[in-house]
Every structure is written in structure tokens, then in C-alpha cells.
Design a protein around this ligand. Sequence first.
Ligand SMILES: O=c1ccn([C@@H]2O[C@H](COP(=O)(O)OP(=O)(O)O[C@H]3O[C@H](CO)[C@@H](O)[C@H](O)[C@H]3O)[C@@H](O)[C@H]2O)c(=O)[nH]1
Length: 488
Amino acid sequence: MAGSRDASSPASSSPSLHVVVFPWLAFGHMIPFLELSKRLARRGHAVTFVSTPRNTARLSAVPPELSARVRVATLELPAVEGLPAGAESTADVPPEKVGLLKAAFDGLAAPFASLVAAGRRGGAGEAADGFERKPDWIILDFAQSWVFPIAEEHKIACAMFLILPAALLAYLGTKQANEACPRRTTEDYMAPPPWVPFPSTLTYRRHEAEAIAAGFRPNASGVSDMDRLWQLHRPSCRLVIHRSSPEAEPRLFPLLTDLFAKPVVPAGLLLPGDAAPPGGGGGHHQPLEAVARWLDEQPRRSVVYVALGSEAPVTAGDIRELAAGLELSGARFLWALCAPGGEPAAALLPGGFERRVAGRGVVAAGWVPQVRVLAHAAVGAFLTHCGWGSTVESLFGFGHPLVMLPFVADQGLIARAMAARGVGVEVPRDDDGSFRRDDVAAAVRRVVAGEEGEEMARRARELREVVGDRVRQERYVDELLELLHRYK
Ligand SMILES: O=c1ccn([C@@H]2O[C@H](COP(=O)(O)OP(=O)(O)O[C@H]3O[C@H](CO)[C@@H](O)[C@H](O)[C@H]3O)[C@@H](O)[C@H]2O)c(=O)[nH]1
């Protein structure tokens, strides 16, 4: 059968699609790509989700009722000199080795081309309706410029799915606009870009601007991130999709559609289902029982959950300062501490730290199921690096106010936008990016205590009501599907 129909699907009047979904090798990317896959499958479409073996093993399983429609295709990541054996995601390497991971990722071009050419892999027994035919779409990430020639050869439409906020694309702009107005100095990178015609929070601090400027230069893979991203100008890239919504990011979608001269559209927030553990099983999570027991004993909304995502360039010094700040704040906290480069986390904490904060502070060394922690009634605020995934989950998913410690990429833009909306406080940093324990403590106190904290929590809950509305989120997926039918 060339495609199934699902009577319950909003797109049931259109034949179902076969969509290949292919994220970059980072959990902050793979998780929302999988969420989008599930939503497409739930609407009757066949999805081939492509990644590498260790990553697919670490992602949470597709619910049984969708397993016939989501096929997981694994491609072996080639070895690259200098890349640690077994490293398959940004969570497995220190930030300075991510360029090598991109070089290994580029080595997937030939196996991916074979996968597309075969049209079908895994044997008839495993194939479900829709997989036996050529894909209608490849939904790819920013990093795979080599997918476009493959898609063009097979006449398959492409959509670039950016799990980043629309704010970042608005800041980066088109290749043409950057050529017309090149940013040369660090100050140029700090200012809002000239192609945004309204007042905006699209500004970077000095140390962030230096990091963002590096994205315009070739990295260890030999190609710059911007040159990868700007492949979205190719005609075969018919849509640009953001994990976002107009309520989360007002004014940006019409502007981007205009600037890029193609539809730049929201997929909604793709919040994980309440029951689904984020980041998956496969032994990737440490047992949550002890942490859950501790959380159960804490007063409602009293705990600050602390986590800095999967790939922020956190230094040992940052961890020491953050620990001292949490200690000084006097607040209750649960810290999901991923040490940089896989160092033992406890070794980085100041001597006697855990003893001094015992009873009010818990350090969980390693990966915790973040969405389940954020959902706990004892959690009342989130100290975050402002990765878009974490921001979406905590603020739009649960209405938690934010203590914001952004590091790189889009994180500074997100922090500025959320500060402007009155739902969080940013920890001040010096020009070189360093921050002080007193400032961490003061930011935590502003968010968790007093009238200002209460007001922020109220605004965060209000924002969640509007932005996190689940019915509206599903409507964005339906609208996206209409476009996938129209532009294929
Ligand atoms: O202990 C942990 C830590 C993280 N997570 C999950 O991992 C994801 C992390 O995503 P995100 O907050 O986006 O952080 P990063 O992966 O660090 O972020 C990268 O990807 C983001 C886009 O999603 C960008 O906004 C960031 O700048 C970029 O560093 C989220 O789903 C978290 O729930 C866990 O489940 N447990």
C-alpha cells in the first residue's frame, strides 16, 4: 500500500506522507525532532527517523501505538581522528570537539544517500505502510548541507527544521543581507541587526558576540555553521520550520517569511507528553527515586531546579562559582550537574559543599529526566542556561520563572527576551563572560523571594496559559501538515 489514511487525522482527506526526519547529533535537537515525528505519525503519516545507533538507543521509545508508523533508521558514524570512540552526540564531547563531530556527521552523506535511494530498509517484515515509497519530504537540521544535493537528485522536497527560536534566525539574517551589511567588529555583533525594522531584544553581550562571530568562520569540519545554515536559501528547501509559535515569539514569523522569501513557520512548542520521560531510557537517566523522595518532602514551589543543558561550555570555575552562589542564596535547590568533559562532578564542587547545603540542596550528578522534575509540585523556579528546549519546557510547559545564566548561541537572545517579558532575571556577567557568586545569589533571591519574585511567578504562569495552550500547539502541527501537502 502506497500510504495509509487515518480517519481521526485532521489531514485525513489528504493521502498520507512519507517524511524522513534527520536531526543533528545533539539531544536538544533529537528530542524535539522525535516529538515532531510522533505528531506526524499520530496524524497517519509514515516517518523514517534517522540517527546513529547510540543516539537512537538513548532516546525514549516511540509509544507502541505509533511504532508501525515511525521507523528508526540507524547510520554508523564514521571514525574521525581526535573524536573519542563512541562519541555520537554533543553530550559525549567537550565543546572544542563539536567541530570534529560535525566532520564525522558529514561522513554520513554517502550512507544517507543509499538510505534515500533504497527507499526502504530493514526488510519487508519491519516496513510499515508508506515506507516502501520514495519520501515526500526530508525534514533536516541546520547542519547537513549535503542532504540538499541528495534530495535534489531524487526530487524530494526539503524543510529545514530549526529547533532554535525564530529570534536567532532573525538575528543571523539572510546571506544576502549579511553580504550587504557585513558585521565586522564585536560591537557589530552586539547590536540588533539593521533588517529588523522594530525595536527588539536581539542583542548580545560582548563575550556572547565573540562566540556568535565564530559561527561565521569555518570550524574543524572546514565549513562554517552559517554556511551550513544558509543552505536554506536553496530552492529545494521549501519551508523553514521553527520549534516555536507566534505567541512565544511575537512579530518574527511574518518578518522571517519576508526576509527569506519562503514560508518560515511554527511547528508549535512540541512539548513532550506528560507521561513520556525526556531523554529516554536505555540507562541514560540515573535513578530518580532518591531525588523524587527528596522533592516529595519539600514545600510546594520552594525548590529551584538547576541545570545547564547538554552542551553549554561550562568550566570548572563556573561550577565552583555557581555552587557558592547557590549556597549563599539560602534557597532550596536540586542541581542536575553534568560536569564538563565527563569529569566526576563531585570533584568540581567546593570542599564540604554538599555537607553545608544538606537538607536544602541536592546535587544529582548526571542526566535527570528534566520534564518530570519540572512537573514536580515542589519545583518553583529554574536556574537555566536558557537553551530553547529548557526554556520551552519550563516556562511555557510549567510556568516556572527563570534565573538565567546564558552561555552561547541563542541563549543570550532568549534570556534578553524573557527578561523583557518580566519572567526571569539574568545573572550579570563581565565582558569576559565571568560571573560572581554574589550575583548568582542575588538573582536567585529576586526570583524566589519577595514581591518581585511573586510578581514574576504570576507573569510566568500567565504566559504559560497563553503560550503553552496544548490545543493551539496541535493546531500549529496541523497547519504545518497543510503546508507539507501543498509544497511537496
Ligand atoms: O539533565 C538533563 C539535562 C537536559 N535534559 C533535556 O535535554 C534537553 C536540553 O535542551 P536545551 O535546553 O535546548 O539545551 P541544550 O541541548 O544544551 O541546547 C542546545 O540546543 C538548544 C536548542 O534546543 C539551543 O537553544 C542551545 O543554545 C544549544 O546549546 C531538554 O529537553 C532537557 O529536558 C534532561 O532531560 N536532563
